[in-house]
Ligand binder design. Structure first.
Ligand code: ADE
Ligand code: ZN
Length: 325
């Protein structure tokens, strides 16, 4: 029997991890219609980043109760555990939580219950990174940081910003990241996905982050790659997502290996699996088959991910030990 390669995922949006079957089941439970959300094959219908965000919002809106959110994380974490994941972080969205009609405490409480139930069943360890949505504006992102800081939860260990990178500048989010950082949350920001290397440089200049969501387009600027290496910043790379969104024509041409060989601390994640036809298991397979990654390289990627995880040191030691079991 083949043994599953262990996996660690740092970059997955929890609402973006809801597969069509779960969205339909929860929508039926809550009496919600979903016009135009699915194509003829039952997959989410979108054709560019803006329509992806629209479909994402429509699907997210079916989740209304703590139980719905519990089912979301339970389904996600048990399914990545079945692919070999021993640790996962999910980006939760403070504003999507409010849009469901729940308080932050009930939103996070439901999500946390699913993570703990999945851990009891599979031993997978999970944490949450509270995010603000960039295109909702700096005030909303700051409010997201404030609530994450003022209502701490043991499984919410990070803060970040997601959404449309083309809107606003990192300096508009300085306060939000300062508040979250002072509350002891790990910091990450999406950059260098839709926008070029200048967006990565600006995020590093202003937000005091240890990780970058994507950051892949740093490859276009060798001096920036050198800076990322020398500062030890970790990239949450999501090759399948980048290909689905048209940044690169295929996995073979994705700069994953070039970044790693330049000395960048890289990790691999699925981002929004059902939208991008990905999964954490598929990402590892793509790297193996289309970029010839071997076991030693996967071990390095996993170690980097655990080193960069937003966890306490005792949990980090346990996860590092599990990687070599
Ligand atoms: N929110 C959900 N998925 C995202 C992505 N790939 N980029 C930015 N924001 C997102
Ligand atoms: Zn993302």
């Amino acid at each position: 029997m083949s043994v599953l390669r262990p996996k660690v995922e740092l970059h997955c949006h929890v609402e973006g991890a809801a597969f069509p079957a779960l969205v339909q089941r929860v929508a039926a439970r809550n009496g919600i219609d979903l016009p135009g959300l699915f194509d003829a094959e039952g997959q989410f219908l979108w054709h560019d980043f803006s329509s992806f965000l629209g479909a994402y919002d429509q699907a997210s809106a079916v989740f209304r109760t703590p139980e719905d959110f519990r089912d979301l994380t339970f389904t996600h974490f048990t399914s990545i555990a079945a692919e070999g994941a021993i640790y996962g972080e999910v980006f939760i969205s403070v504003d999507h939580g409010f849009a469901s009609g729940l308080s932050y405490a009930d939103y996070v409480g439901g999500l946390a219950q699913g993570i703990l139930d999945a851990e009891a069943e599979t031993s997978i360890v999970g944490r949450m990174v509270a995010t603000g949505v960039r295109h909702f504006g700096p005030d909303r992102v700051r409010a997201a940081a404030e609530i994450a800081a003022n209502e701490p939860h043991p499984l919410v260990t990070g803060f970040g910003v997601a959404g449309d990178e083309r809107m606003h500048h990192p300096r508009d989010f300085i306060d939000a990241f300062r508040i979250a950082g002072e509350a002891g949350l790990g910091l990450t920001a999406h950059a260098g996905e839709l926008c070029g290397p200048e967006s990565v440089r600006a995020a590093l200049d202003h937000l005091n982050i240890s990780r970058i969501g994507h950051g892949v387009r740093a490859i276009e600027d060798p001096a920036l790659v050198e800076r990322i290496v020398s500062e030890g910043v970790v990239l949450e790379l999501c090759p399948g997502s980048n290909v689905a969104l048209g940044l690169y024509p295929d996995i073979a041409s994705h700069p994953f290996r070039r970044l790693m060989e330049a000395g960048v601390r890289v990790t691999v994640s699925s981002d929004d699996p059902p939208y991008f036809g990905s999964s954490i298991g598929a990402e590892y397979e793509w790297l193996e088959h289309d970029q010839q990654f071997d076991e030693a390289e996967f071990a390095q990627i996993n170690r980097t991910a655990v080193e960069a995880a937003f966890v306490d040191e005792a949990t980090r030691s346990r996860l590092l030990a599990r990687l070599t079991d």
